[in-house]
Design a protein around this ligand. Structure first.
Ligand code: 3HC
Length: 328
């Protein structure tokens, strides 16, 4: 076991010896656990990434929630509800993982509500027709899994363990989305047109989920060195495209990219340049639904004030009862 385990990196003791020993542990594929020594920047990066990830899960419930009351059958409604509930659970595992790094859940959540914290750009787009529920599962959860399977091997223990369970559920989400797409793509011409429309609108924002291109990614180099990230943004994006194009072909739908073409030499699909200004604009808060998403989360928090107050009063009563019993 690493001998510096219980030293507090928050005290600023990032000496070259400690940093070197830490990197050795990472290179040896050891998991870093909450009470282990870690560089301040490693802790900070993890809190940033895990909390942004948690916020994405929580905000990510909203676009699909739009369809709960209008799902075409009871079965579809039940599946959709279960999926949305899973996303809430993912958020909670992730907030818990971030808490092990010394950040309070209250602080993280306040940063989300105030607009200070980031969450995935994809959730700032609207879900306009029922096929969007399919496209979100197929493409958004599909892109999320591509990124998150790699995170099961991330170097921080609590994050990697949370990701194992999350990925199992995300895999179900991806399949339920693809199942909706199969139904729509093989339905009436109007249904097929809805499926194509959903693909047209969701394709590019899904590719943007992987983050800016490697040359513009501020954190990738260090995060890869610390094995927080196992693949670069561009590598994961390419893997996603390569896996998804045959799925679109099976559906008989057309990916909205005239330059999409299999390259025999590289054995990957070539694709058009992403419009990066759109990603950065959405991240800055100017996407079609940023305001709506923040309003919804703030309203839910305000509406839940009585639940938090009741829970705090109940906890206080329990504590008083326990103390009374101890005195008696
Ligand atoms: N949306 C919003 N912000 C984004 C973004 C996106 N699609 N892509 C990158 N960014 C932000 C980064 O957070 C970073 O901002 P910061 O410096 O202010 O924190 C900045 O842009 C620079 O990007 P980098 O590439 O340097 O950032 P990272 O190294 O953190 O890589 C990432 C970005 C690949 C998203 C990485 O953080 C990651 O793997 N996160 C964990 C997975 C995750 O959060 N996925 C979000 C979707 S979860 C989901 O979809 C739920 C599911 O149920 C569908």
């Amino acid at each position: 076991m690493y001998s510096q385990g219980l030293r507090d990196s928050k005290a600023g003791d990032d000496s070259p010896e400690l940093l070197e020993a830490f990197q050795k542990r990472i290179d040896a594929e050891e998991k870093i656990e909450p009470r282990d020594w870690m560089p301040q920047a490693y802790r900070k990066t993890l809190i940033r990434q895990i909390s942004q990830h948690a916020h994405s899960e929580i905000v990510g419930q909203l676009p699909e929630a739009n369809w709960v009351t209008r799902a075409p059958t009871l079965k579809r409604k039940l599946i959709l509800l279960a999926k949305i509930q899973d996303e809430a659970g993912h958020g909670l595992y992730l907030y818990s993982a971030a808490e092990t790094l010394g950040e309070s859940r209250h602080k993280m959540y306040q940063d989300l509500l105030s607009g200070k914290a980031k969450y995935s750009s994809i959730f700032n787009y609207p879900t306009l027709n029922w096929a969007d529920a399919g496209a979100v599962g197929w493409l958004v959860d599909g892109a999320a899994i591509m990124n998150q399977v790699a995170l099961c091997r991330t170097s921080y223990g609590p994050y990697s363990r949370a990701m194992v369970r999350i990925c199992k559920e995300e895999s179900f989400h991806q399949r339920q989305g693809y199942d909706i797409m199969i139904k729509m793509a093989n339905g009436t011409p109007e249904q097929k047109a809805m499926a194509q429309d959903a693909l047209d609108r969701t394709w590019w924002p899904s590719l943007m989920m992987f983050g800016p291109s490697d040359k513009d990614s501020t954190h990738s180099n260090q995060s890869m060195k610390w094995k927080i990230k196992r693949f670069s943004n561009d590598d994961l994006r390419q893997k996603f495209i390569d896996a998804t194009v045959p799925q679109a072909e099976y559906l008989g739908l057309t990916i909205p990219d005239k330059n999409l073409k299999y390259n025999e030499k590289t054995r990957h699909y070539d694709f058009s340049e992403i419009i990066w200004d759109e990603l950065f604009d959405v991240i800055k808060g100017n996407g079609p639904c940023n305001q709506q998403r923040m309003d919804a989360r703030n309203k839910a928090y305000d509406d839940g004030a009585w639940v938090r107050a009741a829970a705090a009063t109940y906890a206080e009563k329990q504590q008083n009862n326990k103390q009374d019993k101890e005195v008696a």
